[in-house]
Structures are given as structure tokens and as C-alpha cells.
Design a protein. Structure first.
Length: 340
């Protein structure tokens, strides 16, 4: 079966999933497989019919790609380390801020071992181990790009009239003010509130959701409510949900609060853009008819936030990812055995 066949199959599956329920990470995987399949199909078709000049240029492009790949890995690895260092200096030490540095360090170590093995050791076993490491790196790179695609596809679709806007908490500063990330969420919620009021001329309630953390001087919902009031949102349109400590609880407790007043309702979730996909997945798993709307994220914080969100998805689907990793490892070892 040709790459075009697999690409077409993945595209049809992805579109079907997107049109039925766009709250899936799998949609990003399917669209990415489709893109790769179509590109490979186009490449094979072009290379088989290309003139000798184009054939020579294609060979040159392959050589350039193989040459640039180590440089790209090195640049990415060093960039990850530098970004973690700058984030820790700006935000203070926390282990999760060092995760990108750990990944970057592993990439640099893998590249360094490849160089040393090429120049000095020439160990066949090491080449085999590095090949497996490269294969697994390629898989996680693929799934991260799929996450980025799903972040886009999960937010596509026609906006509808709603009755409630659920705003997810995102931490407070030591003085009790919303963090910049949370402030952006509240600004996005206020903007959407006014858009709904202007378009449909119907009342809309904003549910601010977030409990009080151990290091916070008040419940997040209280600070969120005051922020919205200070920015012109009418006081009587805001309700607090002040018991939740996670995204799942945000959705569960907000749903319970709304259902007591209105059993059948239409609502949206407002959260950061990088978090919309996982919030949508949680809503789907809880059988709630909710769709997320993304707020912007501070640029200095965005790379770390996206990487952390990706890791959270890996953990959420840990058994599926473990199955894929083990399958790739088994297939790789089987291929080595046949070669030997």
C-alpha cells in the first residue's frame, strides 16, 4: 500500500473525528500522518519522473538534510537548556522548570556519543543503542507535533450562543493578584462575555473556578471575581466555584453549580491556548458538552507551558504511549536480529 493510500485513510479518519467530536488528541496524529503520507507520495512521484538535473538536486538535498540534522539536534538541545536556565532565573527554582533542560541535555549527550563513536570507538552496540534512542526521539517528536496540530483543530468550529462561561484558575501571586496567565484568561472571558451580549442580547453568567492553594492568601475564584469586577464586568453576572484544585474538579464542580440552577445549559471553557486540548479531553471524558476557548500566554512562559502540557498528555495516555514505545523497541530489535 502506497503512502498516498495511508495518507488518504488518515485524512478521512481525522476529518470524521473532527466533525463528530473535535476534542481528541488522536485528531492531530491522524492529520500529521496524512500530511506525511501526501508529502512522501508527492516526493516519490516527483523523483521517479525527475530529469537528471533534478535527480542530482534531490541527492544534494538529502545530503544537506543528513548534515543539518545533527546541527538541528544540537541547537535544539542547547536552546532547551538555556531556556530552562532563564526561566528558573525569572520564576525561581522548581524541578518542573528543569524538565526542558533535562531533555536538552539528553539530546546533547546522544549527539556527543554519536560523534565520539564515529571518530574513536566505532562500537556496533553503541550505534544500535543510539539508533533506538533516535527512533524513540522521533516518535516523541511526532507526538509533540501532533499535540500542536490538535491544539489548532480542537479550537476550530462555529461559535454558538451560550449561557455560561467557565474560567479555569491558574494561580495567584503572593499578594493575591492573578498571575499574568490567569489575567489573560479573565480578559479573554470578559471579551467573550461582551461579544455574546452584543450578538444575542441574552444574559450570560461567568463561573470563576479555583480553590485556595496552600501558598495562596485567598481562593483563586475570589481574586478572579474581583479582577473581572475591576475591569467592568457586572458583579451580579459572576459566580464563584471555590473548592476545586485541578482541571477535572474545575469542570465537575462548575457543572454541579450550574445544573442546580439550569439543568440544560450551554457553556464554554476559557483557559490558556496551550491547555484547551486537555481541558476539552477532560470535558469529553466527563460527558460534558463543553468546548474550550483559548486565551493567550506570556511569550516567555509559552515554550515551557506547551512542553509541560505535552508531558501531561503523555501521562494521561501513558498505557497507549508505553505500548507504542515497546512495540517500536521490539520491532527495532527484531530488525537488528534479521540483519545480524
Amino acid at each position: 500500500m502506497t503512502p498516498f493510500y495511508w495518507g488518504s485513510l488518515a485524512m478521512v479518519s481525522g476529518l470524521t473525528l473532527q466533525l463528530t467530536d473535535r476534542r481528541h488528541w488522536l485528531t492531530g496524529h491522524l492529520f500529521l500522518i496524512a500530511i506525511i503520507g501526501f508529502l512522501l507520495s508527492a516526493y516519490y512521484r516527483f523523483s521517479s519522473q525527475a530529469s537528471p538535473t533534478w535527480q542530482f538536486m534531490l541527492v544534494g538535498a538529502k545530503i544537506a538534510a543528513y548534515t543539518l540534522l545533527p546541527i538541528v539536534i544540537l541547537v535544539v538541545g542547547i536552546s532547551f537548556v538555556r531556556y530552562s536556565y532563564r526561566l528558573i532565573r525569572k520564576e525561581g527554582w522548581a524541578f518542573h522548570y528543569s524538565l526542558l533542560a533535562i531533555v536538552g541535555g539528553l539530546l546533547v549527550v546522544m549527539l556527543t556519543l554519536s560523534g565520539i563513536n564515529l571518530l574513536l570507538w566505532n562500537s556496533r552496540r553503541l550505534w544500535q543503542l543510539l539508533g533506538l534512542a533516535l527512533l524513540l526521539t522521533a516518535y516523541f517528536t511526532f507526538s509533540f507535533i501532533a499535540y500542536l496540530l490538535a491544539c489548532v483543530t480542537t479550537r476550530l468550529g462555529r461559535r454558538r450562543q451560550i449561557d455560561h462561561i467557565i474560567v479555569l484558575g491558574a494561580g495567584l501571586m503572593p499578594n493575591g493578584q492573578p498571575t499574568r496567565t490567569l489575567a489573560y484568561r479573565l480578559q479573554a472571558a470578559a471579551k467573550y462575555y461582551y461579544q455574546q451580549r452584543a450578538r444575542y442580547h441574552q444574559p450570560v453568567t461567568i463561573i470563576v473556578s479555583g480553590g485556595q492553594g496552600a501558598d495562596e492568601v485567598m481562593a483563586e475564584s475570589t481574586a478572579m471575581r474581583q479582577y473581572l469586577i475591576d475591569h467592568g464586568v457586572p458583579r451580579d453576572t459572576i459566580q464563584e466555584e471555590n473548592q476545586s484544585t485541578s482541571t477535572i474538579e474545575n469542570l465537575q464542580f462548575s457543572h454541579t453549580l450550574i445544573v442546580r440552577q439550569q439543568p440544560f445549559y450551554r457553556a464554554v471553557i476559557v483557559t490558556s491556548g496551550y491547555h484547551v486540548l486537555r481541558a476539552n479531553i477532560f470535558a469529553r471524558q466527563l460527558h460534558l458538552d463543553l468546548i474550550g476557548i483559548g486565551a493567550r500566554t506570556p511569550l516567555y512562559y509559552l515554550p515551557f507551558a506547551m512542553f509541560r502540557e505535552y508531558l501531561a498528555l503523555i501521562v494521561m495516555y501513558r498505557w497507549a504511549n508505553l505500548a507504542v514505545v515497546l512495540s517500536l523497541a521490539v520491532c527495532y530489535v527484531a530488525a537488528l536480529v534479521r540483519l545480524i
